[in-house]
Structure formats: C-alpha cells, structure tokens
Design a protein around this ligand. Structure first.
Ligand SMILES: Nc1nc2c(c(=O)[nH]1)N[C@H]1C(S)=C(S)[C@@H](COP(=O)(O)O)O[C@H]1N2
Ligand SMILES: [Mo]
Length: 313
C-alpha cells in the first residue's frame, strides 16, 4: 500500500535499516569492529548485548537506569504464549512479526488497513524511555521506538461520535500455545478513552533499544500507556476500533473487581489481593515506592479531573 505520508529526508535508524539488515549489522558488530567506521554511533555499549548498541540514553527522566535488553526480552507477560514470564521468549522465538497489518475501523472517516513497515516509514520513529509498571508490582525502564497513537488516529479521522478506542491482539492458536487455555475470553482486548488515546504519551511501539520489536515484546506492533498498569499495554495489535461505548477488556471481563477499565497506576488503591504502594524494579533488590500515575502525574492527572479514582480504578 502507499505510505499515508511522504517520507521525510530525515532517515531514522529504524527506517533505513530493514529488520534483516539491522539483525545482520548487530551480529557483525557483536563479533568484530569491522563496521566501526560506518557506524560510529553504534559503539557505546558492550559487544555482548548488540541490541543496546543503538541507544544512547542511560536513564529515564527521573534518573533511573534503563533495564538491560536481556531483561526486557526475557521476562514478559504474554498469556497467549504462557503464563510463565521466563518462558515467553522461547515459545515466541519463531512467531512471525513481519509483515504485520493493523486495521483501523469503526467511527472514523477513513477506515484503513496499514502495514507496520509503512507506518514506520510515515512516522519517523521516536525513542521514548518509559517506566512499565505491572499490576503484579514489578517494573522496568524500557527504551521504546515508535510513534504516538494520535498520529495514526488523526490519519483516519475519528468522527464526533467516537468516544473510546478498542484494541485487539492477533489470534493464532497454531502459533500461540497459551490460546488453548479455554478459561480466558480470547482474543486479548483492551481499551482507552479517546482523550487518553490522543495523549502524547500514548505510544505505539515498533521497536526497542534501537532495534526491532521482538515477538515476546509485542511485535509487530504494541501499545504502551506508561501511566497505566502494564496490562493496558496490549501486544501484537491487529485491530483498532473507534467506538461510542466503553469497550470490554479481557482482564475486567475475567475479574471486574480486580482489573478496572482505567487501571491508572495508583499506590493509594490496592489490588484486592496485594498492595500497590511499592514495587520491585527488575534488577534491584530493595523495593521502591510506586508513584501516582507511575510518575507521569504532571502530564496526565488533568485527564481525570473530577473523577473518583478509587471508584474508577
Ligand atoms: N496480548 C497481550 N498483551 C499483553 C499481555 C498479554 O498477556 N497479552 N500482558 C500485559 C501485561 S500484564 C504486561 S505487564 C505487559 C508486559 O509487557 P512486556 O512483556 O513487554 O514487559 O504486557 C501486557 N500486554
Ligand atoms: Mo502486567
């Protein structure tokens, strides 16, 4: 298909290195310094972790160090594969993430199907260093590549009747062994209010650590909503639908008293089975305090003015 927006002269790393070239380049760099002259910006990290070679950031805006690429791609929640966080990477290793299509439909002027490769060309990849805080009370700091969801939504033009956005994960039972568990109401689905979806922090990730987005991290394309519990950040999206009504979400369908629609990180509202006041940052020993809205209150608290956040959890 045609790119929705002409590519600019600026050629971000992810756009000029195809996935295959990227993997090749990273592999060569890991083994030798032969490419040093052509890729000086790839030289600042240990050769043992090639995917880190393209990220210059060391911390988030609060000064917290990034988690390693190794941690980020080996400790995952992805129930379509398994509930074992350390088993996802292996089960997902052959899951194809490219080509990948996502259909945007519902209450929009121009419903369309987009190829992720075309979206990457149209919207120059930005890097966002975000904290990810799982409702299970562990967290990581992750350098994503991608673009704000608002760019995609503006392209299809939501109508005035659109109030919510619904997201759906791919359903491929032959390749995702966890889908055989019959007690989950597959496919995984999530939702946002339209103003949350349009917020600049709300991000569609197509890469991480300057490289590709591996299957276990939600490739071909996944949502990242950093001020909400991790389950809102739905992986492997194939459908985005604009709706008038608040969409059902998988977790609130299973346990409405445990997982609400809003799911804003809130240390003052405990999960019914555990406290949310603190968290374990992967790679650290001591627990740390959980911040309201996961540390993004200044940017997002106004979205919830006048709402009782203990009720609208
Ligand atoms: N499709 C799908 N998306 C998902 C999940 C899942 O099981 N399936 N798990 C969620 C949860 S609970 C968390 S904490 C994050 C984890 O993202 P990560 O594995 O990239 O750290 O993905 C979220 N997105
Ligand atoms: Mo989670």
């Amino acid at each position: 298909m045609n790119s929705p927006i002409p590519s600019s002269e600026i050629t971000p790393k992810q756009a000029y290195l195809s996935r295959r070239d990227f993997i090749k380049a990273a592999g060569i760099l890991a083994g030798s310094m032969a490419l040093a002259a052509c890729a000086p910006d790839l030289l600042n990290a240990p050769a043992s972790d090639p995917a880190e070679l393209t990220t210059s950031a060391k911390t988030d805006e609060l000064g917290d160090p990034l988690n390693s690429h190794k941690d980020i791609i080996n400790y995952n929640n992805y129930y379509e594969f398994t509930t074992d966080k350390e088993g996802v990477a292996r089960l997902a290793q052959n899951f194809p993430t490219s080509p990948w299509d996502v259909e945007v439909s519902g209450l929009v002027k121009t419903p369309r199907k987009f190829g992720v490769e075309d979206l990457i060309k149209s919207f120059p990849p930005e890097e966002r260093i975000y904290r990810l805080r799982c409702v299970e009370a562990w967290s990581m700091v992750i350098p994503w590549l991608g673009f704000p969801l608002s760019k995609l939504l503006n392209l299809v033009e939501p109508t005035s009747a659109a109030k919510y956005v619904r997201f759906e994960t791919v359903f491929k039972p032959a390749e995702m062994p966890g889908l055989k568990e019959p007690w989950y109401p597959w496919p995984y689905q999530e939702g946002l209010r339209l103003d949350e979806a349009m917020h600049d922090l709300t991000f569609l990730a197509t890469g991480l650590y300057g490289g590709e987005l591996p299957a276990q991290s939600g490739g071909g394309i996944r949502l990242v909503v950093p001020w909400k519990y991790g389950f809102k950040s739905i992986k492997a999206i194939v459908k985005i639908e604009l709706t008038a009504e608040q969409p059902a979400t998988m977790w609130s369908a299973i346990a409405p008293n445990e997982y609400g629609f809003y799911a804003n990180v809130n240390p003052a509202v405990d999960h019914p089975r555990w406290s949310q006041a603190s968290e374990r940052r992967i790679g650290e020993l001591a627990r740390r305090d959980t911040l309201p809205f996961n540390g993004y209150a200044e940017q997002v608290a106004s979205l919830y003015e006048g709402m009782d956040l203990a009720k609208n959890y």
